[in-house]
Structure formats: structure tokens, C-alpha cells
Design a protein around this ligand. Structure first.
Ligand code: ATP
Length: 134
């Protein structure tokens, strides 16, 4: 079975680099499935889970936006943050979710509202990736 190298990079450094058979992710334009030999492309990612499939197993990573760069033999994901389930602190994500919900309930500027919405999405995404809720 053919594979492609997937590399996930954040400002804190590399999170993962390995060979996989398929990458599934959620671009702003919709769900994307990338197999080896895919045509080159660049796409912005949403706050979502990236799924990585290997022979007989699959992994997932929570990403908070960023970009996907596809080449026939390599996928690079550049994200502001990216965590494997084992790296996700549930308590921290629950607290971030509560803070964001409290902020959304207040009357505030559009910018603060938007920031709170994004924080809420990041927290929910982390909790979903941790619990494999999809
Ligand atoms: P918080 O309000 O808890 O900081 P946040 O969504 O604002 O959450 P980010 O700005 O997305 O946090 O991330 C900052 C750094 O903290 C990144 O390195 C990210 O991987 C890490 N991080 C954030 N939340 C968690 C979490 N629940 N578990 C593990 N790492 C986290």
C-alpha cells in the first residue's frame, strides 16, 4: 500500500512526522481526503480533527486552524496549535469552554464575541478529539 509522509508543525515545533495511507481533514471549503499521488494544493483548515490512517490503525490530532500543503508524496500541516489525544488536558479545555461560554453570554464588542466563539470552538474540538466524538 502506498504511503505519504505527513508532517504537522506548530510554532512550538514539530508535533508529528510519519508515513500514512490517508489524511482526512476539514478545510474551509469542506472535507478533504488526501491519498498518495494527490495533486499539489494548499488549503486553509478549520478548527477541527485531522485523521491519519495507517495499516490497521488510525490516529487523530486536534488542530486550531492553519494550512494544509499537499504534494504527491507529502502533506504538511502548519497549525497554530496541534495536539494528539494523549496531549490534551481535559480539565483545561473544559475551563476554556466555560470561560468562552460566559463571555459569549455577555454583551460585548463584535471582536470580543468572535474571539470567544473561536476559543469555544478550540475547546470543544479538543474535548471531541480526546473522546473521539465524531
Ligand atoms: P486556553 O484558554 O486554555 O489557553 P486556548 O484555546 O486559548 O486555550 P491556544 O491559544 O489554542 O489555547 O493554545 C496555546 C497553547 O496551549 C498551544 O501550545 C496548545 O497546544 C496548548 N493547549 C491549549 N489548550 C490545551 C489543552 N486543553 N490541552 C493541551 N494543550 C493545550
Amino acid at each position: 500500500m502506498k504511503t505519504l509522509t505527513v508532517s504537522v508543525v506548530t510554532p512550538d515545533g514539530p508535533v508529528l512526522e510519519d508515513a500514512y495511507q490517508m489524511v482526512s481533514c476539514k478545510a474551509e471549503s469542506g472535507e478533504l481526503g488526501v491519498l498518495p499521488g494527490h495533486i499539489p494544493m494548499v488549503a486553509p483548515l478549520t478548527i477541527s480533527a485531522v485523521r491519519l490512517k495507517k495499516e490497521g490503525s488510525s490516529e487523530r490530532i486536534a488542530v486550531s486552524g492553519g494550512f494544509l500543503e499537499v504534494r504527491p508524496d507529502k502533506v504538511t500541516i502548519l497549525a497554530q496549535s496541534a495536539e494528539k489525544p494523549s496531549e490534551i488536558d481535559v480539565d483545561r479545555a473544559r475551563k476554556a469552554k466555560e470561560r468562552a461560554e460566559a463571555r459569549l453570554a455577555q454583551k460585548q464588542s463584535d471582536i470580543d464575541f468572535r474571539r470567544a466563539e473561536l476559543a469555544l470552538k478550540r475547546a470543544i474540538n479538543r474535548l471531541d478529539v480526546k473522546e473521539n466524538n465524531f
